[in-house]
Design a protein around this ligand. Structure first.
Ligand code: FES
Length: 154
């Protein structure tokens, strides 16, 4: 039986197909993100459906979810059968607000940065790059004005 049709995969096969290191798979298993069955010899075997969970983990991380948040999301999937598309949709809907907020944040950042490219005004009141005497540091770490903070009044 070929790898593409087999229902149980070794950790090496799962790693190769999912693009994750075997150490990452063991870690994900430790966190409860994926589950393995054991052969009589103690080797891990993963259901093919684990690939979908791993794709979900990868996508969730790309939108900034922590592994703990991913675990919470995956906890809403059934464990007694392979999740249906309706099950996955329900889980994905919970991300909608998060994704919308991130899109809004990226749009704001894009506007700010593209406003500065070729502008050169370094305006005290509206520029996200202008930061004389590192006044932004008083508001916390990171690029404060690009994160949405306003420069202090002068
Ligand atoms: S350089 Fe003009 S707004 Fe930033």
């Amino acid at each position: 039986m070929s790898l593409s049709t087999r229902d149980r995969l070794t950790i090496g096969e799962l790693a190769a197909r999912s693009g994750n290191a075997t150490s990452a798979l063991r870690y994900y298993e430790e966190l409860g993100l994926i589950q393995a069955e054991r052969t009589p010899g103690g080797q891990r075997r993963y259901r093919r459906a684990t690939l979908r969970r791993l794709a979900f983990v990868r996508a969730a991380q790309r939108i900034g979810l922590s592994l703990e948040e991913v675990r919470d999301a995956l906890a809403h999937l059934p464990v007694d059968h392979v999740p249906s598309s309706a099950d996955w949709s329900r889980v994905a809907r919970a991300w909608q607000r998060r994704i919308d907020a991130q899109i809004a944040e990226l749009e704001r950042l894009k506007e700010q940065l593209s406003g500065c490219v070729g502008c050169g005004c370094l305006s005290l009141t509206r520029c996200g790059l202008y930061n004389p005497e590192d006044a932004a540091a008083r508001q916390g770490p990171g690029p404060r004005y690009l994160l949405g903070d306003r420069p202090p009044a002068r």
